[in-house]
Design a protein around this ligand. Structure first.
Ligand SMILES: [Zn+2]
Length: 299
């Protein structure tokens, strides 16, 4: 199902073929992984963990920012975005990148409420159990201790993000029944206090930026009350890799560190500490700084 080489899953634990720590991320479109988890992915890859990305669609219905690429749409945009994804993963040092069911199996569903949502080939119309079965195969092969995806609203309500959530959570159940119970499942989060402080700084900085307007706290996916956030991964040492990965998605993102815009042209902070809520696994008493905390003892 992948066009990129996967590791040999038959290697013993801890061997070069089966790194001891294995992280699986499930995302809707190329670019979501770099925006949400780029610093985390770069950090764990640099530390020798095996990082696997499963992206569910090619984002063929995304809006294109650069005028010189505005002619790209549909399948041509999907092919282009696959190339962007490969470049982004090179920047993050991540080698195991897969499209759910193979490239083009599930089409981008477009924004919520558009007629595109009714396309029988789109991810929103996919049978959840069938798509989850494809993802469960990856889980059983890679045997990740940590899986990262979105909350039940997909972070911000995009149909493909909601569907990625449903498919990921169902795949965890299916894989558990087949012999690999993922010890820790996380949803992407941003603590409200962090978002508020970052936007306050952004408003101060805006006059010096190449962007005209700022987004607001509620435009950021996954913002929740601070106490729900169980984990903060400091990826500031990998800020340059994250920014490079985001720049690789040039059809979708314009970066001016430490800020960026999507096609709506509203400036947002580029977070290099990334936040998570543990939703399956023992909830820590204090905020963790490592997605694999407790794994050494537990499995
Ligand atoms: Zn997306």
């Amino acid at each position: 199902m992948t066009e990129l080489p996967a590791p040999d899953p038959s290697g013993p634990e801890g061997s070069p073929d089966r790194p001891a720590r294995r992280l699986l991320l499930v995302h809707a479109h190329p670019d979501d992984e770099s925006i949400n988890n780029g610093a985390t992915m770069a950090r764990y890859a640099a530390e020798g963990a095996h990082v696997t990305l499963v992206t569910c669609t090619l984002g063929e219905r995304g809006e294109v920012i650069p005028p010189e690429l505005a002619h790209l749409s549909g399948a041509a945009l999907g092919r282009h975005r696959l190339g962007e994804l490969r470049d982004a993963m090179r920047a993050l040092g991540v080698e195991d990148v897969r499209l759910l069911g193979g490239a083009g199996r599930y089409a981008d569903s477009g924004m919520m409420g558009l007629p595109d949502n009714d396309d029988p080939g789109c991810f929103w119309q996919a049978d959840v159990d069938q798509a989850a079965g494809l993802l469960a195969e990856v889980i059983l092969e890679v045997r990740p201790q940590v899986l990262v995806t979105y909350d039940e609203n997909g972070g911000y309500g995009h149909p493909d993000h909601i569907q990625a959530h449903r498919v990921a959570m169902r795949a965890v159940e299916l894989a558990a029944a087949e012999g690999w119970d993922v010890p820790k499942v996380y949803w992407n989060r941003v603590p409200r206090s962090v978002a508020e402080q970052s936007f306050a700084r952004l408003c101060d900085d805006l006059p010096g930026l190449p962007f005209d307007k700022a987004a607001g706290v509620d435009d950021v996916p996954g913002v929740v009350a601070d106490e729900r956030v169980t984990t903060a991964v400091d990826g500031s040492a990998h800020a340059a890799a994250k920014a490079a990965a985001m720049r690789a998605h040039a059809t979708q993102i314009t970066v001016a560190e430490p800020y960026f815009v999507l096609s709506n042209e509203l400036a947002q902070p580029l977070f290099t500490t990334e936040y998570y809520e543990l939703v399956s696994g023992e909830r820590p008493r204090a905020r963790e700084d490592d997605l694999f905390a407790g794994i050494g003892e537990a499995s």
